[in-house]
Design a protein around this ligand. Sequence first.
Ligand code: SF4
Length: 344
Amino acid sequence: MKNNIRKFSADELAAEFEKMGEPKFRAKQVHEWLWKKSAHSFDEMTNLSKELRVKMAEQFSFYSVTENIVQKSTDGTVKLGMKLHDDRLVEGVMIPDDERSTACVSSQVGCTLSCTFCATGFLKRERNLEAGEIYDQVVLLNKHALVHNGKGLTNIVYMGMGEPLLNYDNVMQSIKYITSPEGLNMAQKRITVSTSGIVRGIKRIADEGMKFNLALSLHAPTDEKRNKIMDINQSNPLNEVMEALNYFYEKTGNKITFEYILFDKFNDSLEDAEHLYKLTERVPSFVNIIEFNNVTGVDLRKAKRENRDAFVEYLRNKNVSVAIRRSRGKDIDAACGQLANKNG
Ligand code: SF4
């Protein structure tokens, strides 16, 4: 079986090329094509001889992601359905606004977890994405950002399909390339990884000195309620998650973002707001209140506006930094929790 060429670091590739009887500088050129120049095939590497390109194709496989379906929302959001080398599908979203172009990328095909409110959770987890496949989503979404929003990507969020910390190595590798001068050279502070609360993954990020932002998909402020909608909470209870987040804050100095979808009569009372406030006291943080997007087959409903306003007011009166995130791309099923490969 051929090796995936994008699995090799620059040094490993140089060693491979040496074995093939090729000079080291060739490996450097190829590495540049693979990442910085975002090539999608050996044929694009035009400063290499035809013979070498054929030799590489015999020796290595080259997995790249291609655009399958493009949908544009009335609010400017663009959803991309992308095809992987094995014909599996993933989705990514470009969310434009006046100051930013934000890419929301997927980390798994389907998801290992089954949060009850999320369309992706209904899909079977088929496999983890390779680092190169995550990177390619960013490259493709960047092209749409330039065309549709007049500016390239300014921010990347790992909030698409999948739980990023259950595909730890590939996600970290993708971030290394996105932020390295050998790749897209973006600042780590422009990247946010959103997790449902994988304690050992959070601690590992902190220990490895990564500096990107971390968001917790909280969505319920007590174990009792969280267990009902997020199964992962059974093995990673809130107290342990909070300790891990605090550890992350101490190591990185980065505040945590709590993502909180408000559901009618489930987590939108003032008592819930009080529990949430107590969590925010345990670690420096922001709260994003997210509007729920109805998902077929899910019983939960969007909170009433007056309940949302009272909830937010309670938090603001306690000096919690809170923002209401309006849904983007609802008409094309591109909003939070709606990614499900429906058009594949
Ligand atoms: S919310 Fe995230 S972790 Fe939960 S099922 Fe959906 S994609 Fe997976």
